[in-house]
Every structure is written in C-alpha cells, then in structure tokens.
Design a protein around this ligand. Sequence first.
Ligand SMILES: Cc1cc2nc3c(=O)[nH]c(=O)nc-3n(C[C@H](O)[C@H](O)[C@H](O)COP(=O)(O)OP(=O)(O)OC[C@H]3O[C@@H](n4cnc5c(N)ncnc54)[C@H](O)[C@@H]3O)c2cc1C
Length: 398
Amino acid sequence: MSARKRFAVIGAGIIGSAVARGLLARYDGAEVTLYEKEDRPASHQTGHNSGVIHAGLYYEPGSLKARLCRRGVSLLVDFAREHSVPFDECGKIVVATNDVEVERLHAIHQRSLANGVPDVALLDADGLREVEPNAVGLAALHSPHTGIIDYRGLTEALVSDFRRGGGRVRFSTAVNRVEERAGGAIVYSVFDAQEYDQVIACAGLQSDRLAARSGEDRNPSVVPFFGQYFILEPEYDDIVNGLIYPVPDPKYPFLGVHVTRRIDGGVMLGPNAFLSFSREGYRGLGFNLPDSLRIAVNPGFWRFAAGNMATARREIAGVLSSEKFVEEAARYVPMLAGATGRRATRGIRAQAMNRDGSLVDDFVIDRGRATMFVRNAPSPGATSALAIAEHLIDEATR
Ligand SMILES: Cc1cc2nc3c(=O)[nH]c(=O)nc-3n(C[C@H](O)[C@H](O)[C@H](O)COP(=O)(O)OP(=O)(O)OC[C@H]3O[C@@H](n4cnc5c(N)ncnc54)[C@H](O)[C@@H]3O)c2cc1C
C-alpha cells in the first residue's frame, strides 16, 4: 500500500470517526484529517439515540443494512471490550398484541434467521412472561444478544484512538464544499482549502447539503424526523429485564416507542417519530427557517405526507401529550399505565427521501473519483458504524 496518502473525513459522528481511525489502520503512514463543525464528537445523531446494539432482526436479507449490521456488531463489541467502553447484552423482545402483528412478527423472525441473527426464538404468551414478567402479548420474538451501549462514549474512544495513532482532528471547522481535481479533491472549510488524495463525507443531517454544494445530486434529500424520549421515575428501574419493542409498521422505517434500559441505569421510553422543523434543534419548538423551507419546497415530502396522514395523527398525539406517549408503551407493558417521568432530550434522524417522496430504506453511499458521500445511514447506523467504515475504506481502496 502506498505511503503518505492524504485523506480527509468530514463529520465526527460515529461513522466519520470510525472511518478516520480505520484509514490510519489500513494505510501505513497515511495523513488523515477529521473535520467536524462542532467543538466535540457525537454532537448530533450519534449522541442523541437509543443506545441499542441492534442484532439485525428487521433488515431485507442481502441489503447493506443486513450485512453491515451483523458485521458491525462484532466489530463494535470487540472495540468496546478493548477500550473499556461499557455495554450490556441485555436482550430484547418484540411483542405482538394482535393477529396482524403476529403475522408481521413471523415475517421478522424469517428475516432474522436469513440475516444470521444468533439464538432468536419465537415465544408464546407464557414464554414471553418468562423472559419479561411485566410484558403481555399474544406472541414475541426474543433476541437474547441485542445490547445497549453509550454511543457518545464509544465515539469519543474512537477519536482518542485515532489521535493516538497520529490522526488530526479539526473541531469547530465546518466544511463548505469539496471539489474534485485531477488526482484528488480539495476540501474548502471555513478557514482554508486543503488538497487530499481522497475525501469521505459522513455529514449525517447535513449530508444532502454538503453533497449538493460539492456538485452532487441534491437527491436523496434529508428529511429530519425527531424522536422524543421520556425517562421514567427510578421506581420503574426494574420494570424490564432488557428491551421491549412493539412490532413495527412495515410501511414506516421507524421501530415504534420502545422501553429501553440505559447503560447508565434507568429506563426510558421512546422515541416517537414526527417531522422536525429543524435539523439540529434539540430544545423547545426547535424551529429553523432554512430547514423548514427546505421541507416546504420539497414536492416529494408533500406526497409522503399525503400518504401517511393516519400515522402522523397517531404520532402527533404522543408529541403533544406525555400520557399518550406512555399509553403506547402500556399496550405491551400494562404496569406502565399512568407512569410518570420527565421528557429527556430528543434525537433527530437524518432520513433520506427520494424525489418521489418514498423513504430510502438501505444505507446509501455515492461515489466520485476521489470522493465518497454517505447519503443515508439511519438506524442501525451506529451499530453498523465500524462495518460501514470498513466497507467505505474497501471502496476507497478499489
Ligand atoms: C432518535 C434516534 C435513535 C436511534 N437509535 C439507534 C440505535 O439505538 N442504534 C443504532 O444503531 N442506531 C440508532 N440510530 C441511528 C444512529 O444514531 C445513526 O445511524 C448514526 O449516529 C449516524 O452516524 P453519523 O456519523 O452518520 O451521523 P451523525 O452522528 O449525525 O454525525 C455527523 C457529523 O457530521 C458533522 N457535520 C455535518 N456537516 C458538516 C460539515 N459541513 N462540516 C463539518 N462537519 C459536519 C455533524 O456536526 C456531525 O457531528 C438512531 C438515530 C436517532 C436519531
């Protein structure tokens, strides 16, 4: 492998941080620079998520999501062990509460088998109670190796490891655009312009804007969907042994309000999923004019909205009322009825949407001669991050 190659990676979320570290490991003597517009890593999706190490139950067999999630779990767990990042293989169940959901649960079971998820099992109502005594349902899917972790902590460990290996991190340095040149590409940041052999952009919620400013197609565009979390009072800390999820609606790419143990203790509910009027607004109304206008002028978004009115009505009920939010989870954990707690921070998903309003399901990577743009890396993107990095570096090497 040739020495002194120069790489730039844009975005110090979990994916960019894993790519930067992976490039140093792959290319002996390479110079790798990681650009991040915030003053620390994991400031956006990576630092505001459910903290679940997904086992790979739901994804279309053969898709990038299915393959990179399974590979990602083993790379993630190895890295966490080596760098003393705490995680807990607490297990998960997906609970079906009516006949339609039972049928969907069977389809998820088939997918999980096709994806090679270890030790998954279908349970009847009694089997479900043995694993989670406070959950009720007609049937459940048990994934004993699904786990929890602190993705912010893990990303900080990736960045520290990258720095120890000689990598350079430029925090508070937004990249305006990338321009391909013969034999490489130039990164124009707010401070300067630097030339590299290859540039890999992992810009999450800003990925369509950075791509468009760099001469790539604006589509797929990012439509931000926020997810509110609700932290239960400590008296509910032992209400679940692991994670409890509803059966997701196959038309919608989100998993539904789930009951999640946190690696730092406590139990949270969430996230719901509703259109966010800001890509990076975590408090209050979170309204941002350019972000809202971007949605308003996107014809695909209006087609999507028209086709999803019923789901939107259900989700907005949970946004406006904490009681409704808790009611959702009480369908499968009845002891939660009337539970109290506090609204925690929200997360905002970078969900890619095609021009026609359909949501992009799989991970998407656009490739130029000396550039790569990650265009869609929603959940299980954090679980899969080290495998996505491996995949991107393999592509860069080709
Ligand atoms: C509510 C929610 C729950 C989720 N739950 C899970 C889960 O339990 N398990 C799981 O596996 N996945 C989960 N995900 C998905 C997961 O969080 C993402 O797939 C993952 O964090 C994506 O990482 P990223 O590095 O691409 O993006 P991000 O973490 O968003 O990082 C992108 C970075 O790029 C920077 N950036 C953007 N533009 C520029 C620019 N122009 N110049 C410089 N820097 C720039 C940003 O500041 C940011 O730091 C969840 C996501 C959300 C939102």
